[in-house]
Design a binder for this molecule. Sequence first.
Ligand code: NAP
Length: 341
Amino acid sequence: MKAGSNERMNQQLFLKQVPAGIAGPDDFEVQNNPIPELVAGQVLIESHYIGVDAALRLIVRDSDEFLFRVKPGDLVHGSVAGQIIASKNSEFAEGDYVLVSGGVQNFTISDGAGLERCDINQAPLGAWLGGFGVSGLTAYFAITQVCKPQPGQTVLINGAAGAVGSIAGQICKLAGAKVIGLTGSAEKCAWLTDDLGFDVAINYKDADWYEQLEAAAPDRLDVIFDNVGGVILDRSLKLIAMRGVVLLCGSTSQYSQETMVGPNNYIWLGTMRASMQGFVVFDYADQYAQARARMAAWIKAGLLKTVSYEIAGDVDVFPQAFQALYEGKNLGKMLVKLPAA
Ligand SMILES: NC(=O)c1ccc[n+]([C@@H]2O[C@H](COP(=O)([O-])OP(=O)(O)OC[C@H]3O[C@@H](n4cnc5c(N)ncnc54)[C@H](OP(=O)(O)O)[C@@H]3O)[C@@H](O)[C@H]2O)c1
C-alpha cells in the first residue's frame, strides 16, 4: 500500500458498555472506519495477530482504581504483532515486523515511539505476543529474578496451562524444581505433563483437588506462582513451605467479580515466614533483549515450547476469543489470527 493511501477500511472494535460478568459480544461494537493519511514521521502497521489478555476484563471495569482504563466508546486495548505496510519514518521500513500497543483493529498508525521490532527468525510472529512476548517474559523474570526455585524444591503454578503459566512451569523445570500445575480440564492436565514436562497436573474442578495437591507436595510448596487468585490461591496458601515465596502474577478469577476477595489463609505466611510478592513485567523492560536471547537458545535446543491457541477471523471475532479465554479453551497464549497473517 502507498504511504498515506486510504483505499482500505479499518475494522475496529470499541467497548459498547461496561460488562456484567465475563464480557461477551453484546459488550462490544465493530466499526469500519477510513484510514487517515500518514504524515511525516508516521508508519502504517497492518495487524497480523492480536493478543487476547485476561487483564482486559480488569481495565473495562467501571472503576478508576486501576492504572489504565478502557471506557464505553473507547477502542478496545490490545497488543498487536503486525507488519509495516507504509512508512514516512526513516527508522522503519515497509516490510518490518513490529509489536505495537495498537488496540483491536486491522491498522494502526504510529509515530514509531514504543514500537518493538520482531525478528521472525528468533520466533514466529504470533509467539512475539505469547511465549516469546510479554507472557513469556513475565514468566521468565518472575521465576529467574523473584521466585528463584532451587533443585529439589517444589513449585505450584496456578493457571498452569495458560500463556504465562505454561512458560513459568517449563522454566522451573529447567531450574531443577518439581513442578505441579493446576488447570481446568483433564485434557489440559495431560498436555502439561505429557508435552511440557510438568511433574504433576491437577484439575482444580475436581472436588478433591486440594487433597491431590497435598499428596503431590509432601514437603510443602516452596513457590506458589499465582495467576488466578480467589479460592485456588487461598487454599494453596495452607501448603506454603518455610520461607516460601508467593508470586502474585495475576488474579484472573477476580477481574470480573463485582466484589474482589483476598485470601483468608494469609496467616500461613506468618507462621511459615513466607512472603507474598507483587510483580509487574514492565519493570524489566530494559532486560527484555537478554531474556529473549536466552529463551531463543532454550527454544532452539528443544528445552522450551511456546504454544499459541489461534482463533482465525477478523477483528469481529475478538469478543468470542475473549469469552473462550475465560472459558479456558486455550492451551498457551490466546491469539486472534487476522486475514493478513
Ligand atoms: N504481572 C504481570 O506483569 C503480568 C503480565 C502478564 C499477565 N499477567 C496476568 O497473568 C495471568 C495469566 O495471564 P495469561 O495471559 O497467561 O492468561 P491465560 O492463563 O492464558 O488465560 C486465562 C486462563 O485462566 C483460567 N481461568 C479462567 N477463569 C478462571 C477462574 N475463575 N479460576 C481459575 N482459572 C481461571 C483459564 O484456564 P483454566 O482452564 O485453567 O481454567 C484460562 O485459560 C492474568 O491474570 C494476567 O492478568 C500479569
